[in-house]
Write a protein that binds this ligand. Sequence first.
Ligand code: NAP
Ligand code: MG
Length: 477
Amino acid sequence: MSSSAYAAAPESARPEIRNEYGLFIGGTWCAPQSGRYDVTIDPAREEPIARIAYGGSDDVARAVRSARKAYERWWAPMKPATRAKYLFRIGRAITERSREIAVLESIDGGKPIREARDFDVPTAAAHFFYYAGWADKLEWVLRAGRRPQPLGVCGAIVPWNFPLLMAAWKIAPALACGNTVVLKPAETTPMTALLLAEIARDADLPPGVLNVVTGDGATGAALVAHPGLDKVAFTGSTEVGREIARALAGRETRLTLELGGKAAHILFADAPLDQAIEGVVRGIYFNQGHVCCAGSRLLVEESIFDEIVARLQQRIDRLRLGDPLDKNTDIGAINSRSQLERIDELVRSGVDQGATLMQQRCDLPERGYFYRASFFTNVQSAHRIAREEIFGPVLAVMTFRTPEEAIEKANDTPYGLSAGVWTERGSTNMAVAQRLTAGVVWCNTFNRFDPASPFGGFRESGFGREGGVHGLSEYLA
Ligand code: NAP
Ligand code: MG
């Protein structure tokens, strides 16, 4: 059933794709109670990839039971150094199978193969290596004088924009601390989570330590509703994050929420402009803008506005939009038809509200969900395109005259996930960065990630941190 993209991939990198995938519970593949299977598609070709089991609440309950058993019998009592061995094995297997994982991630989600290959897969492996190193050091560093305890069974719910990486962000620290996991991938991108299950089994991870229950939003809701969870780690939209927080109110279940964003770049006239343009382009068009920390607002110092707009137009005309499996592709496919419709709707609102739309001049493939790299000028702070997360390749460009005004505009958002500051002066960088309400502020760079560095938001971007020691402590009592 797999898409024709599969045939186009080099043979050495072709992942084995089965026609049908069950749920991964207790170390084995099993059929869903309901017998229902849904199809995951390749958004660049609008072709089916495989049939995926639909997990209902009975299946979720089975997975939580299996995770509980594994927690009590094997995983929590295990010597931390032995737990680390499994994590190292998983990290190594991700590295060894990186080419096929990258192809699978690209086919299932639409992201350019270059990004999957150079970012998603190695960064996911790096998280397993990093947290493996922590497993036997927790008591010395985190809770001096007190033995830290794992929480128990963790439910991990991840979105479709970085399917493997978001799973790794949760599974690696959870397992390193002695917890077990039930993972719910997004409906449109289950493939690499299922491959990760296979990798875990091949690594001899004890059965039930990692379970993968595929399905849709209702599957995620069933997982959150299950009373047997000790922690829920969620990455996704602010709207669903709120629902989850409501569902958990009054329960002792721990919660971390990584939600949406509307990050601003502040671009001062003295900035190294070549570097800044590249950073701004990467900041918004990376992964078609399906990035929670995407730099989707650009605040430009007024004196260089015309120059920046001209250079942005020139630069986006040179981006290559098309087949995600082509190594030269910069802009791949939009993840789903509904996401494409949402982007289109928000862009129309921008035009209707009086902003000026500039787009990459290129042809679109005949099939598949594609959207041209776009940016708006003449944007007012009240416009929807300046306030709402578009989660697509669309940038809103605005101006400022003083640092004070830039800071005020950058913070004028309900979100608080990330921000970028571009200036030659270190003192301006530090002074401005300190006053931005954002979990991460990048200076003269953007969208940089390292497993040792914490990531997370303020306000409607959520709470709790992933990555680094901070991310580890979210999985310890
Ligand atoms: P979403 O609709 O919130 O979905 C996220 C995950 O939650 C998916 O697995 C989804 O399942 C599941 N889900 C849906 N409804 C649920 C419910 N009622 N209870 C429990 N789980 C439920 O978000 P998305 O559209 O996939 O992703 C885009 C959003 O994620 C953006 O807003 C983006 O900013 C945010 N994001 C944030 C970060 C971060 O680190 N802060 C990183 C990446 C993305 P189905 O997909 O199967 O419906
Ligand atoms: Mg898909």
